[in-house]
Design a protein around this ligand. Structure first.
Ligand SMILES: CC(C)(COP(=O)(O)OP(=O)(O)OC[C@H]1O[C@@H](n2cnc3c(N)ncnc32)[C@H](O)[C@@H]1OP(=O)(O)O)[C@@H](O)C(=O)NCCC(=O)NCCS
Length: 192
């Protein structure tokens, strides 16, 4: 097994196909408000797809879970842009970060991890979901994991299988109790 990389400090720049630039970095404890912002930028449909239920807010307990990560069993990356400053400023430090997408995995057993991801509706179809998945894969592979499993609503299987295939993976689907489990080996991703 390869030495695990320092996932907690993972950070990289990504150039999107539309020319936009995003920063992908590890989720931090101080991201609670930014994750609330991302949640409120999701349509009802995206919320339902991500959480398999309708909800209007993330609870404090959910925000604890989403931000208190050990970066071994539970790893999360955020896609970040700089929010437009209210007052023109030459300093980047004054520009607040905005999270426009997040991807995470939780280790299960036998080299498997459950993966989940969401991108703000206004930023979907720019390649951000795919980029988050690629970078999560880098971390997971280095940690010795072999397979991601995404649990999605059965009505969304085709969409997610297309998303994963387009992202360079080879998904296979099983269904149990009305939930589709899409698993895909990490060794066959299109990018390293
Ligand atoms: C799934 C999701 C994360 C994709 O994010 P994204 O940033 O839009 O994805 P990308 O731009 O990287 O898409 C890559 C490919 O996936 C496919 N794809 C993505 N969204 C799709 C959609 N709604 N319908 C059909 N294909 C889609 C496309 O083939 C796309 O490539 P293309 O744009 O060159 O055609 C986003 O739709 C989302 O947040 N959905 C709601 C939450 C959710 O369903 N999470 C998964 C369950 S945990």
């Amino acid at each position: 097994m390869t030495e695990p990389m320092e996932a907690r400090t993972y950070a990289t720049e990504v150039l999107l196909r539309d020319g936009g630039k995003i920063h992908i970095r590890a989720v931090r404890p101080d991201d609670r408000q930014r994750l609330r912002g991302l949640f409120h930028s999701l349509s009802e449909q995206s919320i339902y797809s991500r959480f398999s239920t309708q909800k209007r807010e993330l609870s404090e307990a959910e925000l604890d879970f989403l931000t208190r990560l050990d970066f071994v069993q539970h790893v999360a990356l955020a896609a970040v842009i700089r929010a437009e400053p209210q007052i023109a400023s030459p300093s980047c430090e004054n520009q607040e970060e905005q999270i426009i997408g997040v991807g995470r995995y939780a280790v299960q057993k036998d080299g498997n991890a459950e993966v989940a991801y969401a991108v703000a509706d206004a930023h979907q179809h720019r390649g951000i979901g795919s980029a988050l998945l690629q970078h999560l894969t880098v971390i997971a592979r280095t940690a010795g994991l072999t397979t991601f499993v995404a649990n999605v609503l059965t009505e969304n299987v085709l969409l997610h299988s297309a998303f994963l295939a387009r992202s360079g993976f080879y998904p296979t689907v099983t269904v149990s109790l009305g939930v589709a489990h899409i698993s895909f080996p990490l060794g066959k991703a299109g990018h390293s």
